[in-house]
Each structure stands twice: as C-alpha cells, then as structure tokens.
Design a binder for this molecule. Structure first.
Ligand code: NAD
Length: 422
C-alpha cells in the first residue's frame, strides 16, 4: 500500500494520535516513540502551543561559557549548541581577555525597522515627500497599536523613506523606526506597519503590498571590544597571525563566510539558549556583513601601542526577553536567570561579547597551527635521523623537507640518497 502524507486535520489531533499516525507511517518502535515524546525541560503542553503539529522535542546540550567579564561584571553564559569545542573555546578566550579586564560592550538601542512597500505611484519623489510630510500622523497611528509597548517606554520614534528601482518599476519604501524595548519586536512592528499601510495608500494614491520588519536591524547594533595581551595569548607571532587572518577575512568573502560562521557559533548558541530567533539574528548578521556591497567580516583586529591585540565586533542584535519563546520556554527563562539579565540591551551586549570571544579563539587556533611550523623543524630532524641521516646532513635534510612541506620518511630517504651521491 502506498503511504500518503496527506492528513486532514493533523493539527487538530491530540499529540498521542499524531504519534500513533507517524509510528505507523514510519514503522517506529515503541522505544522510538517514547524518545520523541520526551520533550526534556520543555513540557509537551507548552511545546504544543509553540508550533503546529507537535509530536515531540529535540534536546540539545546546554553548556556554560565561563570566565566572561563584561563591563566589569562576571557573567556565566548558557550556550546551546550541537558542535563540540565551541563552549570550551569561548571560555578559553574569555579567560585570556580577563588580563585586561574582560570585555567592554555597548548597545545602540532596541530600534527595529518595519518596511512598508508602496508601488503604482506615478511620481515616487512626490509620494516620498508626502509620506515624510505626514510623519507625525503616521507615527501617531503606529503608536496607538501597542499601548503596552508605550507603557514600557518604547514606541515609534522616526521614519525613513527610500526609493527603489526594481524590475517591477519604482517603489517607495517607508521604514518605521520603532523602539521595541525588551521585545524582539517582530509582532509589535508588523502590527504597526499593517496599521499605517492604508493611510500611506490613501495619501499617495499608490498600492501597498508588503508590511513587515527588516531583519537588517542597523539601528539595533551591539558592540563589544577586548584587549588580548600579547604575552597572554602567545606572543607577537600570534598577534600577527590573528591580524593577518582578520585582514584575509576583511578582503575575501570566501574566508569571511567561515570567519563569520565562527562568530555565529558563539552568537547563535546564546540566542538559542535564551529562546530567541536564531534565523532572525543570522539573517541580520550576514546582511550587515554585506551592507557595503561586499560581504566582509563582522569583527576587526588591531595592534595597540604595546603590541597587544585589540578585537572588536559590531553586529545587529534583535533579541528580546519578553516575547516569543523567551517567555514560554522554561529553559530559556532559566538561561536568562543564570545571566542575571534585566533588559534586552544587556542580553544583546553579552551575545556580542561571546561572538567576539568565539572568533578570537578560532583565529588564535588557526594562527597558532600555522605558527606550529616552527615545531615542524624539530619533527623533521627526528624524521631525518630515523631515515639514517647523521652529522650536518640532519639539519640539511630537515630544512629541505620543511621548505617543501614534505616532512616524511620516504622523502628523507630520497634526500639522503641525493646527498650521498654529491
Ligand atoms: P511578542 O509580540 O510576543 O511580545 C512583544 C510585546 O510584549 C510588545 O509588543 C509589548 O506589547 C509587550 N511588552 C511587555 N513588556 C514589554 C517590554 N518591557 N518591552 C517591550 N515590549 C513589552 O513578541 P515580539 O518580540 O514582538 O516578536 C517576537 C517573535 O516574532 C519571535 O518569536 C520571532 O521568531 C517572531 N517573528 C520573527 C519575524 C522575523 O524575524 N522576520 C517575523 C515574524 C515573527
């Protein structure tokens, strides 16, 4: 019998019925069903309300990033990730940063952008002028949509209007800039964009299509900085190795993608641990890295007057502590408690620090492995001796092998034969 994945009303069925259905469909054992049913620290009843068609959960390990000192305060950072070494690397970097007081961080403020796409306007310039001239009315209408946000000290702050030339013709894009305080703000600003759209249509005679936030949250930037003391991180060669690695990422998108993946190892694991939206943060980070038309690195490194390494990061950080899963997932609440988080701004700053720590650790490991070539000399001498070299031939053969990048017994023997015939 051909199995069908078409199930009417699957969403209405109780979890047990859904489980029964997929057990039959996929021939799952009772044990496998029991494993699915175990939702760990997230009760099934809560999981069911978070997304649709729930049948279980997938638990990932939560590790604690230790040694972090951020703006003069010690913080334990919960990180949820499936990849080994990430938590250890971040903790190690944070330890090295402590010699100079740890990380300093700041935040530009929780201002989110909502976009309203206007088309079919005969005169886009005129339309943009009209929209800007009615800024007060538009912002007032937007503000009315979320009295709770207003009470929390947030709300619409400003507007931007941009003209786009597209293959479908000119478009007038209005940005509502909304202070979303401790919320990530997606729902908050989407509601506002939808509310003001008819007014924008009415005043311009155009037609609005999309009304939704932008994940390129350029008005919501988290920044972090740390000084890594030269002698703590392994000396001048390590500093120079990291500077070169960083320059490589700045200049080359192929390298920048991997460089930033390392940054996101740190960032996404804290975003996930706190129940925030990893896709939103990742979309924001990568689009920010390409904001000047070429994809580049999210971090920068410099050498200070004393030869120490100064690392910094700047990244959009639209995270919240009141909405979505940050509120509903019990483990996310505990993660916030572990960090003693009182505002979304604090969380954003911690996350930026972890991103920088992770990146520093990765670059140091890469640069140090390169620097390990020095150690290859020692290894090559041993290989040469094992192959039968003696006297000054040991050094000569070892040097040749290191130069060629072929530190191997077979090559040592070849070279030995070559020198024997000279
Ligand atoms: P939300 O709507 O659940 O909560 C935000 C609301 O909480 C505010 O609008 C406000 O009314 C209230 N609030 C109470 N105290 C507050 C305080 N101190 N500061 C600010 N607001 C306070 O959540 P949200 O943050 O608007 O939306 C987040 C969710 O939206 C996430 O789950 C995300 O995945 C999802 N989402 C994302 C996108 C995207 O990124 N493109 C699009 C749509 C939805």
């Amino acid at each position: 019998m051909v199995k069908s994945s078409e199930v009417s009303g699957f969403y209405k069925k109780p979890v047990e019925e859904r489980l029964k259905f997929i057990q039959e469909f996929a021939c799952l054992t009772d044990e496998e069903v029991a494993t699915l049913r175990n939702t760990g620290g997230l009760p099934m009843g809560t999981a069911e309300k978070m997304i649709e068609n729930v049948v279980g959960g997938l638990t990932l390990p939560m590790g604690i990033g230790v040694n972090f000192r951020i703006n003069g305060k010690d913080v334990l950072v919960p990180m949820v990730i499936e990849e080994p070494s990430v938590v250890a690397a971040a903790s190690n970097a944070a330890k090295m940063a402590r010699a100079r007081g740890g990380f300093s961080a700041d935040f530009s403020g929780p201002v989110m952008i909502a976009q309203i796409q206007l088309v079919d306007v005969p005169d886009p310039f005129k339309a943009s002028e009209i929209i800007l001239s009615r800024k007060k009315d538009i912002l007032e209408l937007a503000a009315k949509q979320d009295p709770v946000l207003l009470q929390a000290g947030g709300g619409p702050r400003d507007m931007e209007v941009r003209l786009l030339d597209t293959k479908m013709g000119p478009m007038v894009i209005t940005h509502l800039l909304v202070d979303t305080r401790d919320a990530m703000g997606a729902n908050a600003v989407n509601t506002m964009a939808e509310a003001v759209a008819p007014l924008i249509e009415q005043m311009t005679g155009g037609r609005v299509y999309l009304r939704i936030l932008s994940n390129l949250a350029v008005h919501r930037l988290a920044r972090a900085k740390a000084i890594f003391e030269r002698d703590v991180i392994g000396g001048e060669a390590v500093v120079d190795g990291i500077l070169n690695a960083s320059a490589f990422a700045e200049a080359d998108p192929f390298r920048a993608a991997t460089h930033n993946k390392g940054v996101m190892n740190g960032i996404s694991s804290v975003v996930l641990a706190t129940g925030n939206d990893t896709r939103a943060i990742e979309a924001g980070a990568h689009s920010y890295a390409a904001r000047n038309g070429r994809y580049t690195s999210l971090t920068t490194y410099e050498k200070d007057a004393d030869g120490n390494l100064v690392g910094s990061i700047e990244v959009p950080m639209a995270v919240g502590i009141v909405g979505g899963a940050t509120k509903t997932h019990p483990v996310a609440r505990i993660a916030l408690k572990i960090m003693d988080i009182k505002s979304a701004s604090e969380l954003a700053q911690i996350i930026a620090c972890v991103g920088l720590a992770q990146n520093f650790a990765a670059l140091r490991a890469l640069a140090t492995e390169g620097i390990q070539r020095g150690h290859m000399g020692l290894h090559a001498r041993n290989v040469a001796i094992s192959a039968g070299a003696s006297g000054e031939l040991v050094e000569k053969i070892a040097e040749r092998m290191v130069k060629e990048g072929k530190v191997r017994a077979d090559r040592a023997k070849e070279l030995l034969a070559e020198y024997a015939h000279k």
